[in-house]
Design a protein around this ligand. Structure first.
Ligand code: PEP
Length: 253
């Protein structure tokens, strides 16, 4: 059984005070009951990770970073390592989010190093994959996702891959208000699970959580979660409103 997982990606939003208030509202709310059945995490900007982690320390809400660097320390100005993230209370880290791929220009080779470094450093990476609109229109979704999965996970043993969560986020659905239909998402999630079975084995593929992300809102969360291979949700915009995020968590139970 895969425990549902809802993660909020705050992107470059909030400030110190509103981030802590948002975290506190999420930790309270009606989360106590739901949290036993759902893994919940929030991913604030780097500079607020520590204060949010402090605010959440007595709760079951985990903290994730939005990015990581693959080296453990040294002359890498501006970068943050796995051990630093672990040190301040992070459990998860997003790797290869579409904005890092398409705005910042990260390639699969770099993303793979980040996934590997996260695991070695004791963090649980969430590897994000997903196609651009043009790629979907050219029926290249499976090709793109296969490349991102294979290159993103290359070199990882079965044991290490067990630490990974996959997030399927079609780029055309992120922040656009245009969600993939539950059927469209399920199709790709099922494809990813079969791919994992090919790359590793069926029991491992069955144990790995695959989240959907892309304009998830309280009113579409339950339908998405109703799909067999959708194990959770990676939420951007709606994770910035405590009421919406809590409603999405409840829909994931
Ligand atoms: C995201 O940031 O990963 C995301 C899915 O954003 P949104 O929910 O706003 O589309």
């Amino acid at each position: 059984m895969r425990k549902p997982f809802v993660a909020g990606n705050w992107k470059m939003n909030t400030d110190g005070r509103s981030g802590v208030a948002l975290a506190q509202a999420i930790a309270s709310g009606s989360l106590q009951q739901a949290s036993r059945k759902v893994t919940v995490a929030v991913c604030p900007p780097f500079v607020y990770l520590q204060s949010v982690a402090m605010a959440l320390r007595a709760s079951s809400v985990a903290v994730g970073a939005q990015d990581i660097y693959f080296e453990s320390n040294g002359a890498f100005t501006g970068e943050v390592s796995a051990s630093m993230l672990k040190d301040i209370g992070c459990t998860y880290v997003l790797c290869g989010h579409s904005e890092r791929r398409h705005v910042i220009g990260e390639k699969d080779v770099l993303i793979n190093k980040k996934v590997a470094a996260a695991i070695v450093g004791g963090l649980l990476p969430i590897l994000c994959v997903g196609e651009l609109l043009g790629e979907r229109e050219e029926s290249k979704t499976e090709e793109v996702v296969t490349r991102q999965m294979k290159e993103g996970l290359v070199g990882l043993s079965d044991e290490k891959v067990a630490a990974v969560t996959i997030a399927y986020e079609p780029v055309w659905a992120i922040g656009t208000g245009r969600t993939a239909t539950p059927q469209q998402a399920q199709e790709v999630h099922n494809f990813i699970r079969n791919l994992l079975a090919e790359m590793y084995d069926t029991p491992l593929a069955e144990s790995i959580r695959i989240l959907y992300g892309g304009s998830v809102k309280p009113d579409n969360a339950a339908d998405l979660m109703g799909q067999q291979d959708i194990d959770g949700l990676l939420v951007g915009g709606a994770s910035l409103k405590a009421d919406d995020f809590l409603a999405i968590i409840r829909a994931a139970v």
